[in-house]
Ligand binder design. Sequence first.
Ligand code: GLU
Length: 300
Amino acid sequence: MHGSGRYAPSPSGDLHFGNLRTAMVAWLAARSTGREFIMRVEDIDTQRSSMDSAHRQLEDLAALGIEWDAVEYQSDNGARYAAALDKLPTFECYCSRKDIQEASSAPHAIPGQYPGTCRDLSPQQRESKREQLQAAGRVPAIRLASEASSWRVHDLLHGDYTGDVDDFILRRGGNANQGRDWAYNLAVVVDDGARGIDQVVRGDDLLSSAPRQAYLAHLLGHEAPEYIHVPLVVNAEGKRLAKRDGAVTLRQLREQRSVGDADVVRMIAESLGYPGLNTAQQLLDAFDVERIPRRPHVWE
Ligand code: GLU
């Protein structure tokens, strides 16, 4: 065995057909290349995550024949994130969402990018901004003081991909009395590094996050993983499949459409170019990472 792959669901509701299909690809890609497979529950967003949802997701994945060597919960990994944060160049950011929106809609600003407002404040300016926030019962966010403005990654399906890197958030600010959340980009990179994950399979909506994450991995001394950003499942209008598209979760398919788990595996297999297979094991025996479809799959 060499290396590890993973699937990293956010437990904020049942997985739909598109999520299940990506999870299956992640498992197939790892196992067909002799890797370990880790299930990582991304429950750091404390407002939206629940243990109940995590358990349902794992049950559904297991029902399709996906198995894993270990499961970990990001909510257990706070010490790891804090240690990583200590090693990185950072600064406190006192901006509200509105401040950033206003600054990044100014002429010459790059839309959606952090405009750098708090990066070069003087100690006195920081002191007064910190006090203002404190008086409002809030704490600042922590951002990366990035030395790069773009970074290149390699993706098995998309080839070389270069994307913007800005002073992205590593730890969110907010209400001083609530737990402060670690940012997704930091947690993903730290956990992948800690586990020796060298293959990242996920939906291609996250391709644009990969350069930031690979840059962060570089700063933390981890090698960037092999990326496989899988084209999403879309509805008839070409929009990303969502719960509102009807019976799309495993449980809905069972209950509302009498579609069994083996049928769902067969539908996934067919969508990946392997018609007629209806167990995960059969699919694994046939699977070739080089043949993952390069186009979105349309849900009907
Ligand atoms: N938790 C993220 C999601 O469910 C995926 C993160 C990742 O795979 O890097 O969209």
